[in-house]
Design a protein around this ligand. Structure first.
Ligand code: FAS
Ligand code: PHB
Length: 390
């Protein structure tokens, strides 16, 4: 089997890359470890930057998003019994974000690939990358009990944090940067009316909470929890009571509770692996970097990687230029590090570290006190949350 680009990973990164390449006449094959149902069962991100929504429109995958997604002009920070609205639209000269679940976006991408007869192989196993430094790399794998190999020009590693692409780059070439936070997020999805029209990020003496949503009838909430915790320890009642204590009383008073339809704990970490290119292998999305979800950057960073990589590959095939491929890693990493900084800033600002760093915890109180009176800091938060330019 031969193709131009083998894409490892059928999550948002791999599917979006495959779609953009196809529309430009570049052939690809997507290799996905899990079944489609499994991929679509994962509940993840919810906030899309304009860069991502524009890229989805360019990929002709935006009809349902534009019909069902909600444009948000701002979001709220809640702390010390008060709320502070960050007016994205006013502070950034008009930029907004779109609230539309990653699960739905991934479903739209799968449907678009099917409509163009895109080749996606599910439940592949034992993926191995070969001859990355040669002009004719290949990927071998097990599928339907048969060992197969695909020859290609390029390999896109879009296989997330637990994939094989990143570690296919020799350790002596790679530099990994990692920070793990001493807590996780317990997330709950419930068929309840969201507590507010906009997202609320809350800092409270007993920990962080986030009030988000997927639609007018589907709410997404998170509370900071110990890393050692498990979702089984959290009854719905315990979750709702904890959330109610961590958000301002006047907001908790209107909280609509109900049975959870999904409940899971995600660890918080920052991780970046450099470089994002090795020979004919290019890493994109979570395969190269992970950010704590406090800044809503994970999925949006995957989008900017795919913007840079798809543009570079299309330039190569259409005009023979490899300029974009040569600069891909440094271009992508520049934006990754800035978004990682913002995600780290928001995580430090809003979570409770009093168990591990009392001085740092008081610093965050002072930071919030300063924020209330600083249009400059509010503007900085707004332009990073809305998304830095590509
Ligand atoms: P993904 O991990 O989504 O996709 C990689 C795909 O590769 C997966 O389908 C996997 O099955 C496949 N794969 C792995 N190894 C393979 C192999 N060897 N062979 C073939 N396929 C392989 N971001 C936010 O912005 N906000 C959030 O609230 C948020 N919450 C998150 C919660 C969790 C639990 C996790 C894990 C991530 C969360 N993220 C969040 C980040 C998340 O949205 C990612 O940024 C996004 O999924 C990135 O997409 P991909 O790069 O496609 O990686
Ligand atoms: C979500 O809705 O899942 C969500 C929104 C914003 C975040 C993280 C998660 O920062």
């Amino acid at each position: 089997m031969k193709t131009q680009v083998v894409i490892i990973g059928g999550g948002p990164s791999g599917l979006l890359l495959s779609q953009l390449l196809d529309l430009a006449g570049v052939d690809s094959v997507v290799l996905e470890r899990k079944s489609r149902d499994y991929v679509l069962s994962r509940i993840r991100a919810g906030v899309l930057e304009q860069g991502l929504t524009d890229l989805l429109r360019k990929a002709q995958v935006s009809t349902r998003m534009d019909a069902e997604g909600k444009i948000h002009d701002g979001f709220c920070l809640a702390f010390g019994g008060q709320t502070l609205r960050i007016d994205l639209k006013r502070l950034t000269g008009g930029k907004t974000v779109m609230v539309y679940g990653q699960t739905e976006l991934t479903r739209d991408l799968y449907e678009a690939r099917d409509a163009l007869n895109g080749t996606i192989l599910h439940e592949v196993e034992d993926v191995v990358l070969h001859d990355l430094k040669s002009a004719s790399p290949s990927v071998s794998f097990l599928h339907a009990g048969e060992r197969q190999r695909i020859a290609c020009d390029f390999i896109a590693g879009c296989d997330g944090f637990h994939g094989v692409s990143c570690t296919s780059i020799p350790a002596e070439v790679r530099t990994e940067y990692e920070k793990t936070f001493p807590f996780g997020w317990l997330g709950v999805l419930s068929r309840t009316r969201p507590v507010d029209d906009e997202l609320i990020y809350a800092r409270s003496p007993e920990g962080f909470a986030l009030c988000s949503m997927r639609s007018d009838t589907l709410s997404r909430y998170y509370v900071q929890c110990p890393l050692s915790d498990s979702a089984e320890n959290w009854s719905d009642d315990r979750f709702w009571n904890t959330l109610s204590r961590r958000i301002p009383a006047h907001i908790a008073a209107r909280l609509e509770t109900g049975p959870s339809i999904e409940k899971s704990i995600a660890p918080l970490r920052s991780f970046i692996s450099e470089p994002m290119r090795f020979g004919q292998l290019f890493l994109a999305g979570d395969a190269a970097h992970i950010v704590p979800p406090t800044g809503a950057k994970g999925l949006n960073l995957a989008a900017s990687d795919i913007f840079y990589l798809s543009t570079a590959l299309i330039d190569f095939y259409q005009s023979g230029s490899n300029a974009g491929l040569q600069t891909y890693s440094q271009t992508a990493l520049s934006r990754v590090w800035k978004a990682s900084r913002f995600s780290w800033f928001m995580t430090e600002l809003l979570h409770d570290f009093s168990q591990t760093d009392r001085f740092g915890d008081r610093m965050q109180d002072a930071q919030l006190d300063y924020l209330v009176g600083s249009e400059a800091l509010q503007t900085s938060i707004a332009e990073n949350y809305a998304g830095l330019p590509y």
